[in-house]
Design a protein around this ligand. Structure first.
Ligand code: GLU
Ligand code: ZN
Length: 311
């Protein structure tokens, strides 16, 4: 039996939907539609300090205003904490993870910089706590221990549908990443890997800003004995100074009153060629056109295209 396609859009509630996140939603949606698949909406709300009040609701109503139809109930990452904890416990039990007591200051002073930021130098890998039982490491609620995975330099390679062959050596390029922070918040990579598996996601469609995250997520999947889904990283929208449009850099929210022109601009950005007549139509008609005329190959040509007036 062929596994049915299951995709997802996984916004963090750090602000309302802006043009860059509309592009992400649209790309993953059309990929799912073109594959007669499901498209799940998952709100990645595991980082309360970065969460903006009302952002989840704003994202959801923008998606609805733009005619997106998601499968099933909206998923909230924070509600999957038990599975995140179970995965961390498994990593500790199998000595694939260890407690880390390093301070930020120490890491800043000792880490080399890698393509995705500072590479943790491995100070606690064989430290006094490294053999601590999972129970003890997780039970210590004193805020002094984070948990890191024990990575290796075995190359991790995958073929991205748009970006081609990608290969990385995790230990020297990324380092032993955190799966649990000292403040007991779950780290992004762990949550994504566990949730994508729990939801049975077959293809992950997201922006090239997350391309560096993929090898480490594949590494984590292997540690946990989970299958690796397919990946497609599309070029992201940037502003006139070349920075990613993001909620953090203050990209303007999309205007929910003009979904037709927003979607058309989005399709143009994605290298699709919506006919002019569509500007007088409805979102439903645009989605029908977009689904039938979806050319993901066109995405390889739209590398970080600058669109004036989108941020
Ligand atoms: N929540 C992440 C973000 O908003 C996306 C995670 C993913 O697609 O894997 O940037
Ligand atoms: Zn440490």
């Amino acid at each position: 039996m062929v596994t049915p396609y299951r995709g997802r859009f996984a916004p963090s509630p750090s602000g309302p939907l802006h043009f860059g996140s509309l592009v992400a939603a649209t790309t993953s949606y059309l990929q799912a539609q073109a594959n007669n698949g499901e498209w799940w909406l998952r709100i990645e709300d595991i980082d309360p300090p970065r969460e903006v009040a009302g952002a989840s609701e704003a994202i959801i109503s923008s998606l609805a205003a733009h005619g997106f139809i998601w499968t099933g109930e909206i998923q909230y990452q924070s509600r999957n904490r038990e599975q995140h904890d179970a995965a961390i416990k498994e990593l500790l039990d199998t000595s694939q993870a260890y407690p880390c007591t390093c301070t930020r200051k120490h890491i800043r002073a000792t880490a080399k910089s890698g393509p995705a930021g500072p590479v943790y130098p491995g100070t606690c890998r064989n430290g006094p706590d490294s053999g601590m039982s999972a129970h003890k490491a997780l039970a210590s609620n004193d805020g002094t221990r984070a948990i890191r995975i024990r990575t290796s330099d075995e190359p991790v390679a995958f073929t991205d549908q748009l970006q081609g062959q990608i290969e990385q050596r995790i230990r020297s390029q990324i380092g032993d990443i955190l799966v649990l922070r000292k403040n007991k918040l779950i780290a992004y990579h762990l949550a994504v890997v566990v949730d994508d598996h729990a939801q049975g996601i077959t293809e992950i469609v997201r922006g090239t800003d997350l391309l560096e995250s993929t090898p480490v997520q594949i590494f984590l999947q292997r540690m946990l004995g989970l299958a690796t889904p397919a990946y497609m990283h599309f070029p992201i929208a940037v502003d006139s100074s070349g920075d990613k449009l993001s909620k953090q850099t203050g990209a303007k929210p999309v205007n929910d009153a003009t979904p037709v022109s927003n979607l058309l601009r989005c399709l143009q950005f994605l290298g699709q060629q919506p006919p002019d007549e569509l500007s007088d139509s409805t979102v439903a008609i645009i989605w029908d056109w977009a689904r039938e005329n979806w050319h993901p190959e066109a995405l390889s040509g739209v590398r970080n295209l600058d669109l004036p007036g989108t941020n």
